[in-house]
Design a protein around this ligand. Structure first.
Ligand code: PMP
Length: 404
């Protein structure tokens, strides 16, 4: 039985007040909160075995190296990668995408085509535009519809033997739409293109199996799934990671260095130049343990309950419009109220203790599609409750009255 009140005990921050009111944290799509067990892992690392890894003969360095490599194995197991060396620890999703986008400079020529979707976060647009500028490759866009879903017939027409790479998010951060990534991957592979899936928003809700998906690259940030900021994963198939050149040069990523020639280390070290976020990597592993101890199916089922409850309650407010109405979506509600700026709603509900996101959510093309400056975004996690949604809805009603 899922006991949300018991789960809430794991999160010390949920006990605090904001502006004199109990915190209601509905900005989970931006970053999740951190359970005590992950906080303890971080404190334990700095209290007991903080040392640089992979090169020390002393015991502390060995302990830190072992813990870091155990975390890599946990990440491998969680995402079902075939090899631990296919898991590159990065500073997050953005870093992971940039490793791939920069590496492809060496593999593309003028006129090659790349396909992105209309539903992307800027992190999965800008690095590829920079790649196009470097190589003369051309960026094509899978359009979206009013419900916030991708138009897959249009995708079929964009694919050709010129297509080299397709990059799409698993779940949209601005609307919550869950994209049909298996179909997108299979169709891309039919024309010989590689696929990168941005899993920043899916990783807190879904446990993806990268081998079953047959995806070439899958990227996530640990801070979206109860881990710390500044650490994430680039999963890449061994054949692709071998083909791509290193992203940064420095210590840790070399085999031998002379002034005449340097040879690079094998995977995963080739992509991990410099001292990594050691503590972050270990805490990433602890966060996965924590979430798996609850279970992703349990988490997703409960969050779907919150989504339907919140949607129904918010739609009772006259003049409120929800953006992103796909039947296939996660616990994100993006909305506006007629004639009121989202920022004003966000500011008033904050005074009442509720944290929501307002603005374009780093997805300006989606806002352009709807011809709006932004939305109010409430994103629920498994530690939120229906009672919190009730308080939030009352806060939105109050904001509406004050601003009308
Ligand atoms: N892609 C998506 C879909 C996201 O939601 C985010 C985070 N908002 C990112 C990429 C970027 O993640 P990070 O800032 O952790 O690199």
């Amino acid at each position: 039985m899922f006991d949300v009140l018991k789960i809430r005990e794991d999160f010390p921050i949920l006990k605090r007040k904001v502006n004199g009111k109990p915190l209601i944290y509905f900005d989970n799509a931006a970053t999740s909160q951190t359970p005590q067990i992950v906080i303890d892992t971080i404190v334990d690392y700095y209290s007991n075995y903080n040392a640089n890894i992979h090169r020390g003969v002393h015991s502390l360095s060995q302990e830190a190296t072992d813990a870091y490599e155990i975390a890599r194995k946990k990440i491998q197991t969680h995402f079902n990668a075939k090899h631990a060396h296919e898991v590159i620890l990065t500073s997050g999703t953005t870093h992971a995408i940039n490793i791939v986008a920069t590496g492809f400079s060496a593999l593309l020529k003028e006129g090659d085509e790349l396909i992105v979707s209309a539903l992307e976060h800027h992190s999965n647009i800008v690095p590829w535009q920079m790649l196009c500028e470097r190589t003369g490759a051309v960026l094509k866009v899978i359009p979206m519809n009013e419900e916030g879903e991708l138009q897959l017939e249009a995708y079929d027409n964009l694919l050709s033997d010129k297509t080299k790479l397709v990059f799409v998010n698993h779940i949209s951060n601005a609307l919550g739409t869950i994209n049909p990534i298996k179909e997108i991957i299979d169709k891309a592979h039919k024309v010989g293109a590689a696929v990168l899936i941005d899993g920043a928003q899916s990783c807190p809700h879904i446990k993806p199996d990268v081998q079953a998906l047959d995806v070439d690259f899958y990227v996530v940030s640990a801070h979206k799934l109860c881990g710390p900021t500044g650490v994430g994963m680039l999963y890449g198939k061994e054949e692709w990671l071998t083909k791509l050149p290193p992203y940064q040069g420095g210590g840790e990523m070399i085999e031998t260095v002379t002034f005449e020639k340097t040879t690079y280390a094998g995977l995963p070290h080739k992509f991990e130049a410099g001292t990594p976020n050691i503590c972050g990597g270990i805490a990433f592993g602890a966060a996965l343990d924590y979430m798996n101890s609850i279970g992703f199916d349990t988490i997703a089922a409960y969050e779907q309950e919150l989504l339907s409850y919140g949607t129904q309650k918010l739609l009772e407010i006259e003049g409120l419009k929800i953006y992103g109405t796909s039947a296939n979506k996660t616990s994100v509600i993006s909305f506006n109220i007629d004639g009121i700026h989202p920022y004003d709603i966000g500011t008033i509900v904050d005074k009442l203790g509720v944290a929501v996101r307002t603005g374009h959510h780093c997805a300006q093309p989606i806002m352009d599609y709807y011809k709006i400056p932004g939305t109010v975004r409430a994103s629920f996690s498994f530690y939120n409750t229906k009672e919190e949604i009730d308080i939030f809805v009352e806060a939105v009603k109050k904001a509406k009255t004050m601003l009308s």
